[in-house]
Ligand binder design. Structure first.
Ligand SMILES: [Zn+2]
Length: 119
């Protein structure tokens, strides 16, 4: 009877060990998943930072360009050339978005404004 109890205890202990092993395995998977997610977020964060720096640099360039244009003497022909150049460099010259990046897209406001200035 005593041996029987001892064997039960050993088997129970074995079951506990198996259960702990399963829990540990699940925990390991969870940690691996978290590390993967952490890596993804870090990479995404880096991309966003780079993009933000690009945008800030673009904005600084645009502001500098606008300041330069403001200082240049106003001559209708030259003024038009400067605005056309600014537009071609990728910035808005329309009053709606003046000085901001066109993000590579044409702007109808800018184009109609440039047409008016030219005509
Ligand atoms: Zn525009």
């Amino acid at each position: 009877m005593k041996d029987r109890n001892f064997l039960d205890t050993v088997m129970e202990f074995e079951q506990q060990l198996e259960s702990m092993q399963q829990q540990f395995s699940a925990l390991k998977q969870f940690v691996a998943h978290m590390m993967e997610e952490h890596q993804t977020l870090q990479t995404e964060n880096l991309h966003l930072r780079t993009r933000l720096e690009e945008l800030l640099a673009n904005e600084a360039t645009a502001i500098k360009r606008v300041e330069e244009l403001k200082k240049e003497p106003v001559d209708i022909g030259e003024g038009y050339d400067n605005l056309a150049r600014l537009y071609n460099e990728g910035f808005h010259v329309c009053h709606v978005h003046f000085g901001s990046s066109r993000k590579g897209e044409d702007c109808l406001f800018c184009l109609s404004f440039l047409n008016k200035q030219n005509g």
